[in-house]
Design a protein around this ligand. Structure first.
Ligand SMILES: [Zn+2]
Ligand SMILES: [Zn+2]
Ligand SMILES: [Zn+2]
Ligand SMILES: [Zn+2]
Length: 802
């Protein structure tokens, strides 16, 4: 997903292998990225472009006129089955394939409003009703829509508007004699019912709360750092030749303190599974739900009712405003390139978007330059001197302002030594040019030059056909081809930088069906972005911070106490609780080009090769740990047990298969059988896995889920507590994983009315989750609701009250 699709990759690797040795050497030994780009792009042939075009055409990214009806019918089916969530998503897909101001789009919006009404999403429902009406909703169907609108307004307590809508509706009915008699009667009946509802509400003395005000306001940085934007004054930026740039604590920092709160300079939503279109009729339109259907493509907020781009079917937004902003900033250029960008991968997409955003980073600057020095070459690179400087340095050119340049103390900082979230900082992130393999550089450079060619073609087309949007900013796109070479080199630099500097934007998604009493959650990757300040942090396999996201904003909080002078560390992915030391070292070396020497790595390297405890086998006879490579022997010196690793591994595989079966039973509501199977798995696991083995924890977790569904809270809690122990050993008592597990336990106690246990678990869970997420986290809000509910309960009467 980050890199181009496999077909394009292998096509280019083949092309590389067929190049004459001399050309390979020229590219391999090129000193600057500019040279790499120059040599490579001259090798791009039209047949390559044809091949790439064929791959790109495999994605359904345009609007298909036949799709809206298909999705609407599929949606109606779900609606009839009362699967309103499923219906909503299908109507959304219908919306994205519809052209604006058509009956298609208005019908999809109207149907979606009905599904949203049933989901209790009244505000969003109202928005969709207005959208349907804006896009020419058929007059004959208006009464139905107006009824729904009135119903929404009543439910929301907006009675005046409701009354207004009702009288509009009455006028509409009176003026509309075309309605069939039975239809008319139906509407009349519903209408009088609704009027009664308004009356009832009006009689209630109680006023409705405006909207539930959030329990906590979002936490901000206590004091912003003067030299690093988006960072707290508790940290400072240092640099040394070995570590590069890094942050240290300027004072003692407590767990949970917010250290960095930064909006992404650029982010691109990972569309999720979006397989190239198969040419069979069956799968022409995809009915599966992906992240691309549920999250705004600009701000990444979750949305049940996305608004699509007018020009394509793949870009969807939470609101008209987000759509407009995206269009002005980058989508006017990207819109026609959807298939190509999916083929070339997220890194190329981010590279393009970064350069597009840079154009507008300092709009004033751009406009001044445009008005002032029209003939100047700087025109298409508004980042002025700094960028021009860095670019021309990289291009091997000479600085235009010899002697006038001020030396910046730390790369990426401005002349005053301030580090900011801007294109200058992004540009200064290291591309590690010398570390990438020649094939990889060739792949990236050729992909970027293919993208440049397409941009050129698209801009020309834009020039000849005129812009769809009246936005003046979009008209600047053609300027882009003037300096396509500089543009290309900049993009190539970004693609290479991303391997080490891309930050995954994640969110916690709840899994399982809605009727589950205990919610499971998992972390999913939503988008990839560049965060210049977050990028200053070095890696540790046992970091002292924790990162979380809200929309496109990253928050870094101290996850433990950090002493004054200590380095602030962040985990790039290979966490000590997720993989063993060898795997981590290998991953960090191949992706990030360094040897990790963090305390976790040092500790583990000096310990005998025991492997992590959550993967350990234990002795069948005496339960001591088993150690060894191909043949494992018991740790207990008085025991002679020895087993081959292959045997244990295959037993583990069988066990996991059984657990999988049990989960399927669980999903299908066959609880008793699931429990039987799981109890068998538990016995089996005990005979050869360590008590802290992750599979042991998973089995306990599933048992807890099963008993909770049966309403046996006590048993459920007992099993979850065992799973909690496994999580604690692996991730630590104050880890975020522990927080999620405690949240589940709190739900179990809450549902079982075990009040003292529930209250103490809620408190524990809150404490852990606050450190990692801050107060706005969904789970914390939920915990607080549970707590106030329990505290408000009347005291339990002593005896039976007859
Ligand atoms: Zn949005
Ligand atoms: Zn579009
Ligand atoms: Zn390490
Ligand atoms: Zn033994």
């Amino acid at each position: 997903m980050d890199l181009p699709v496999d077909e394009w990759k292998s096509y280019l690797f083949q092309k590389w292998s067929l190049l004459p040795k001399s050309i390979q050497v020229t590219i391999s030994t090129a000193e600057t990225l500019s040279d790499v780009f120059l040599h490579t792009s001259s090798l791009l042939q039209s047949e390559d472009e044809m091949f790439l075009k064929r791959l790109s055409r495999g994605y359904l990214v345009g609007k298909d006129p036949n799709a809206p009806l298909f999705y609407r019918e599929k949606g109606n089916k779900k609606f009839q089955e009362k699967d309103y969530m499923g219906a909503t998503v299908l109507y959304s897909k219908g919306v994205s394939h519809s052209r604006p101001n058509t009956e298609d789009i208005s019908l999809c919006y109207a149907n979606r409003s009905a599904a949203l009404f049933h989901l209790g999403q009244y505000e969003t429902c109202l928005k969709d009703i207005i959208r349907a009406q804006m896009h020419r909703y058929p007059e004959r169907l208006q009464p139905k829509l107006m009824l729904r609108k009135a119903d929404c307004l009543v439910t929301l307590g907006r009675l005046q508007e409701a009354s207004q809508t009702i009288s509009d509706l009455e006028r509409n009915l009176a003026a509309n004699p075309t309605l069939a008699a039975s239809q008319f009667q139906n509407l009349q009946r519903t209408l009088s019912h609704l009027k009664m509802k308004v009356q009832e509400r009006e009689n209630l003395t109680e006023t409705f709360p405006e909207a539930l005000t959030k329990a906590f306001e979002d936490m901000d940085l206590r004091e912003e750092n003067e030299r690093i934007s988006n960072a707290s004054s508790s940290v400072s930026l240092c640099t040394d030749p070995l570590k590069g740039r890094y942050l240290i604590a300027t004072k003692d920092i407590l767990p949970g303190e917010l250290l960095v709160k930064e909006n992404a300079f650029v982010s691109v939503l990972n569309p999720g599974e979006m397989p190239p279109l198969c040419h069979g009729l069956e799968s022409k339109w995809d009915t599966r739900v992906t992240n691309g259907d549920l999250y705004c493509h600009r701000c990444l907020q979750h949305t049940l009712a996305p608004v699509p781009c007018d020009g394509c079917s793949y870009a969807k937004y939470c609101s008209q405003e987000c759509m407009q902003q995206a269009w002005d900033l980058y989508h006017s250029v990207e819109c026609s390139l959807g298939g190509l960008l999916l083929t070339l991968g997220v890194f190329c997409h981010i590279a393009l978007r970064s350069t597009l955003l840079a154009r507008f980073e300092d709009v004033d600057n751009v406009i001044r330059k445009l008005c002032g020095e029209i003939s100047n070459k700087d025109i298409c690179l508004p980042e002025s001197k700094n960028l021009m400087q860095t670019l021309s340095d990289d291009l091997g050119g000479e600085s235009e302002e010899n002697g006038e340049t001020v030396e910046t103390p730390i790369p990426g900082c401005d002349i005053n030594g301030k580090y900011e979230n801007n294109y200058n900082a992004v540009f200064n992130l290291l591309p590690h040019t010398e570390n990438h393999s020649p094939e990889h550089k060739f792949l990236c450079a050729l992909s970027v030059s293919a993208l440049c060619r397409q941009l050129e073609a698209a801009s020309l087309q834009t020039l000849t056909t005129g812009l769809k949007s009246s936005q003046p900013k979009a008209a600047m796109a053609p300027a882009l081809c003037q300096e396509l070479h500089i543009w290309g080199v900049a993009m190539l630099r970004h693609v290479l930088q991303l391997q080490c500097n891309a930050q995954a934007v994640t969110t916690i998604q709840q899994t399982g069906s809605n009727d589950n009493v205990v919610t499971n959650s998992r972390q999913v990757r939503l988008a990839t972005g560049i965060f210049p300040v977050v990028s200053l942090l070095n890696h540790s396999c046992s970091p002292n911070t924790s990162v979380s996201f809200r929309s496109t904003v990253a928050s870094i909080r101290a996850s433990e106490q950090i002493g004054k002078g200590q380095e602030i560390l962040h985990c790039y992915g290979p966490h000590e609780s997720r993989m063993g030391v060898a795997e981590r070292q290998q991953k960090l070396r191949s992706q990030y080009f360094f040897d990790c020497n963090c305390p976790a790595c040092q500790n583990e390297k000096h310990r005998p090769a025991a492997g992590p405890r959550w993967e350990a086998f234990c002795c069948n006879r005496c339960r001591a740990l088993m150690q060894g490579a191909d043949v494992l022997s018991c740790d207990n010196t008085s025991c002679t047990e020895a087993v081959s690793r292959d045997h244990l591994v295959s037993r583990l595989r069988d066990l996991q298969q059984q657990v999988g079966k049990a989960r399927k039973l669980l999903r299908n509501g066959k609880l008793e059988r699931a429990i039987q199977l799981l109890l068998g798995c538990q016995r089996d696991a005990e005979s050869f896995l360590s008590a802290e083995h992750s599979v042991v924890g998973e089995i306990e977790d599933d048992l807890a889920q099963a008993y909770a569904t049966l309403g046996d809270w006590q048993k459920s809690a007992t099993h979850l507590q065992k799973s909690l122990q496994v999580v604690e050993v692996r991730h630590g008592p104050s880890s975020v994983e522990m927080g999620h597990e405690l949240f589940k336990l709190a739900q179990i106690f809450f549902n079982g009315f075990a009040i003292p246990e529930a209250l103490s678990t809620i408190q524990e869970a809150e404490k852990v989750l606050l450190v990692h997420y801050g107060p706005w986290n969904d789970e914390i809000q939920e915990l607080q609701k549970m707590k106030s509910y329990l505290l408000d309960l009347p005291p339990i009467p002593a005896g039976p009250s007859v």
